[in-house]
Design a protein around this ligand. Structure first.
Ligand code: AMP
Length: 117
């Protein structure tokens, strides 16, 4: 799949539509999910055109990959999250709806089962 520059996260990155921002640096932007699945539900997107985790890991420059993943840990620390779950849906077949790579940070309630029944 090629990157669609009109996807909703691309528009957020360009400042064309608002987000509830949590954190930003040269590598990443993080904001609250509009439909939270947990008391804390933050999305972290890289600053670049990558459709999925797979695309990002294969094609993003190493400094961007390192900076992006380090940002997730910084956000968790800033939010004082000791326990949290990271999820990335890699492809529409497993639920990816926005085709700009993102990680979900979920926290604030017990999460025992990896997948819902
Ligand atoms: P995924 O289904 O893994 O691609 O995740 C996409 C996520 O983006 C979903 O959890 C949506 O609730 C969230 N989302 C969609 N539009 C927005 C928006 N404008 N601001 C914040 N979160 C959004």
């Amino acid at each position: 799949m090629s990157y669609d520059t009109n996807n909703i996260f691309a528009k957020i990155l360009r400042g064309e539509i608002p987000c509830n921002k949590v954190y930003e640096n040269e590598f990443a932007l993080a904001f609250h999910d509009i439909a939270p699945a947990a008391p804390t539900h933050i999305l972290v997107i890289p600053k670049g055109h990558f459709v999925s985790f797979s695309d990002f890991v294969v094609n993003a420059p190493t400094p961007l990959q390192q900076g992006y993943f380090a940002s997730i840990e910084k956000i968790a620390a800033q939010q004082k999250l000791s326990d949290y779950r990271l999820i990335s849906n890699n492809g529409a077949g497993v639920g990816q709806t926005v085709h700009h790579f993102h990680m979900h940070i979920l926290a604030g309630k017990p999460m025992s089962a990896l997948l819902p029944n």
